[in-house]
Design a protein around this ligand. Structure first.
Ligand SMILES: [Zn+2]
Length: 455
């Protein structure tokens, strides 16, 4: 049995990366339009975008923005703006295709510029070389999450213009935001609060989704909201040989038992098939800090007076956050057992009107109806709408009361976001462009006769 080939970056890949970073540096210095690579087919353009390393902890946003700007500039009538809401190294690219009736609410297509890091030694091919295998797989960090949709949006507009000479009724915006993978606080969170965003008059948003392993496209109408919970216990210190009440460790362990029981109850619902993973409250212990360090490890004959445990908690939008806070205060970390706690909420759970962050996926939401029609027109089929287990920038738009769906047209594709050997097949990528041609055309030509605007 042959082992999978370990990665050795080829000389050509290294030269390519060097020349890419060199050209982006030059374009920044001269503040001029960078040259788009000669390749004129969508697959080459996608691979070139993937070769720009926007992985944390040092994403090269400038190079990505330059590249997309240069491509967008080749498509007639697109307006291009780069916005800065924090520091000059965190640009936000906004591309606008003006509609013939700009007074109608616009449609926004969003993607993030950054990606999570990759460990090259664990990959079959260097994660920023965008290697194309014989069977059409394009290997790269960001191939699925979410550089595919970023270029597909532009490719679809290019096709609509060149093939159909189509002009939208509603204005179409495309945003490329920084920092989604680190919480979105310097990216989308700032953008939605800006004057510039308000002026866009956005009525509906499509943001990233996830791959589907079967023939149906997945669509997400809500995200779970993450809470970081840290529980601290104090108690009476003492000799390791003594059994007594109210030690810090005992106090914490009682909490852990209660929390793990809660976890089990929720997990049982999933295992029994009564709820999807993303529909329950998940809670997972992620760290324990305890013990008194000794030169060889820990003192075994001492019971510590302070211990701590951390939990990753994820709440679906159906959960009442106040009830959850009361449960934590009363059952998980009661003060009468010498416990204190801290919750760091990593995003909103309710919109500005106090409603759960959920986008309706029925005929009460005309955007949903149009979106579904577009998928059908593209020859596709939608799976049952889902809550996303994790979190995306969509929550910031939903918080503004703007209907937002998560969607990435990748079917018959293994789910490899954040994984080693993330890849997307060239045929799936090209089909995605066709899907967006229908989606962009139908959404932007929707006259809104039955829309009750949710602004
Ligand atoms: Zn993503």
């Amino acid at each position: 049995m042959s082992k999978p080939r370990r990665h050795m970056p080829s000389i050509s890949a290294v030269i390519l990366i060097l020349s890419l970073s060199l050209s982006s540096t030059l374009s920044v210095i001269h503040n001029q339009e960078p040259q788009v690579n000669e390749e004129s087919d969508p697959i080459s353009r996608f691979r070139n975008y993937l070769r720009i390393n926007t992985a944390h902890p040092a994403p090269d946003y400038a190079a990505a923005v330059n590249y997309l700007t240069a491509f967008a500039a080749t498509i007639p009538s697109l307006q291009i703006r780069t916005l800065y809401f924090t520091t000059p190294d965190k640009p936000l690219l906004l591309i606008t295709w003006p509609g013939s009736n700009p007074s109608l609410p616009a449609v926004l297509f969003n993607s993030h510029l950054d990606s999570v890091p990759a460990e090259p030694s664990k990959w079959l091919h260097y994660p920023f070389a965008a290697h194309l295998s014989d069977d059409g797989k394009i290997y790269a960090r960001g191939a699925q999450d979410d550089k595919c949709i970023g270029v597909q949006y532009l490719e679809a507009i290019k096709e609509l213009k060149s093939k159909l000479d189509y002009t939208p009724l509603r204005t179409v915006h495309i945003s490329y935001v920084p920092d989604e993978e680190v919480g979105g606080f310097d990216g989308m969170a700032k953008f939605v609060e800006s004057k510039e965003f308000k002026e866009l008059n956005v009525g509906f948003v499509l943001d990233e989704g996830q791959a589907s392993v079967n023939d149906e496209f997945r669509v997400f109408y809500a995200d779970r909201s993450p809470w970081n919970l840290v529980i601290k216990a104090t108690g009476v210190p003492g000799h390791g040989s003594r059994m007594y009440d109210n030690s810090a460790m005992e106090n914490l362990m009682k909490s852990v038992e209660v929390i793990m029981k809660f976890r089990e109850n929720n997990f049982d619902l999933v295992k029994a098939g009564w709820a999807a993973n993303s529909e329950v409250i998940s809670v997972n212990p992620v760290f324990l800090k305890a013990g008194i360090p000794s030169p060889s490890g820990f003192f075994m004959n001492m019971q510590p007076s302070e211990v701590e445990a951390g939990f990753d908690v994820r709440l679906p939008p159906t959960v009442d956050p106040d009830l959850m806070r009361r449960r934590i205060a009363g059952e998980w970390a009661p003060a009468w057992r010498n416990l204190t706690y801290e919750i760091t909420e990593k995003g909103p759970l309710r919109d500005y009107m106090g409603r759960p962050l959920v986008t309706a996926t029925n005929d009460s939401n005309p955007w949903w109806t149009i979106f579904k029609q577009a998928i059908e027109a593209a020859g596709g089929k939608l799976a049952k709408p889902e809550i996303l287990s994790s979190t995306t920038d969509a929550r910031f738009m939903r918080q503004m009361g703007i209907p937002t769906l998560g969607f990435s047209p990748m079917k018959n594709t293994p789910i490899l976001l954040h994984d080693h050997n993330e890849f997307l097949k060239d045929s799936v990528y090209l089909n995605g462009i066709k899907v967006y041609e229908h989606v962009i055309r139908l959404l932007s030509s929707f006259d809104g006769a039955t829309v009750s605007e949710t602004k």
